[in-house]
Design a protein around this ligand. Structure first.
Ligand code: TXA
Ligand code: MG
Length: 325
């Protein structure tokens, strides 16, 4: 659902483009999560993103571009690995870390000489990029450390009236952020599992790519606590779900649970059922927000298998359950 008539859509696209040209920040949908976008070549606009998000300026932003043919315009050297992955996965939930081209400032990269580039697959994001004509630097449209937004309502809830414009493109179809693959140096590495499965990356490249759990680069998604709802998140083996819920209820807590849709319930006060892999990834963040909204103090769930999109879900759940700073 793209929201409104064709005419209304054009009006809001025009408005979004005008705001980007004026150096303002615009929230827009992508197939993964909503982004908080600004003109990638306008340092003041980029600074405004960090300010709104409450994100340290040393954490680099992804630059969204309209097409694979724009890669040379934004990247420095690109090799065969980058081209093969881009051709196979763009538009889509893949971010490539490559050498930074001269158009990209250190305001975007947090001082790094590499840049994250991606062509998103959402039709409205592509229309926006084409109409704007430049690159759009955008992190997920949530405050630093919070759960990423997968609907326009989530974005508005994060920033209340502080955002000039939210383009509404309906609920995001992938639901977890892009897979980040570093092809800037000799070794290839997955810095963040995401919407393109690890298996697909290996298939395209013809070799297995390691997933780095710790890295020297500044990837906020790699902080122990990230993607976190307000409620505490507790991960338990599937067989112990019911017992842990009962124990937490006995302590007087308001308990929420995320349970598989093909199993029985866990006996929590608030329970949401999610399917597997794609369906689980698509619904995960909205479910965490929903349980927060219902006043749950603790959310109990179990990790999916690390297959397909299950790896990204596992990663996000572990970080949501990580120690809070
Ligand atoms: O799906 C997505 O990737 C979404 C949508 C809006 O495109 N964006 C997103 O952005 O998740 P953000 O800023 O929330 O996460 C981007 C991650 C950060 O962890 C950042 O540190 C990492 O990408 N990153 C960006 N540039 C990098 C670079 N040059 N080297 C290493 N990591 C980088
Ligand atoms: Mg984020």
């Amino acid at each position: 659902m793209l929201g409104g008539t064709h005419h209304e859509r054009n009006d809001s696209l025009e408005r979004a483009v005008a705001l980007l040209r004026a150096g303002d920040v615009v929230a827009f949908p992508t197939e993964t999560v909503y982004g908080l976008g600004a003109d990638a070549e306008n340092e003041a606009a980029v600074a405004r993103i960090f300010e709104l998000k409450g994100r340290p300026s040393s954490h680099p932003l992804i630059v969204h571009i309209a097409a694979i043919s724009e890669l040379p315009r934004w990247a420095g050297a690109i090799d065969d690995r980058a081209l093969r992955l881009a051709e196979a996965c763009w538009p889509g939930p893949l971010t490539l870390i490559v050498a930074r081209g001269p158009r990209i400032s250190h305001a975007v990269t947090g001082g790094l000489d590499t840049v994250g580039l991606r062509v998103p697959a959402h039709p409205l994001a592509l229309e926006l990029l084409r109409a704007f004509g430049g690159g759009i630097a955008a992190p997920s449209a949530n405050r630093f450390g919070h759960v990423s937004p997968t609907t326009a309502e989530h974005v508005r809830a994060e920033f209340t009236d502080r955002l000039p414009w939210v383009l509404d493109g309906g609920p995001c179809q992938v639901g977890v952020e892009s897979t980040i693959v570093d092809v800037s140096g000799g070794a290839t590495a997955i810095l963040r599992p995401g919407g393109v499965p690890r298996e697909r990356i290996a298939e395209v490249l013809g070799f297995e790519v390691p997933v780095l759990s710790e890295s020297t680069v500044r990837v906020p998604g790699q902080l122990a606590s990230h993607y976190a709802p307000r409620a505490e998140v507790v991960l338990v083996p599937f067989a112990e779900l019911g017992a842990r819920v009962a124990e937490l209820r006995e302590r007087g807590l308001c308990v929420g649970a995320l349970v598989p849709s093909d199993g029985s319930g866990a006996g929590a006060h608030h329970e949401l059922a999610l399917g597997r892999e794609e369906e689980l990834a698509r619904g995960l963040y909205a479910a965490l927000r929903e349980l927060d909204g219902r006043g749950c103090e603790v959310i109990v769930t179990s990790e999916p298998e690390a297959r397909g999109l299950g790896l990204a879900v596992q990663d996000r759940l572990q970080r949501a359950a990580g120690p809070r700073g």
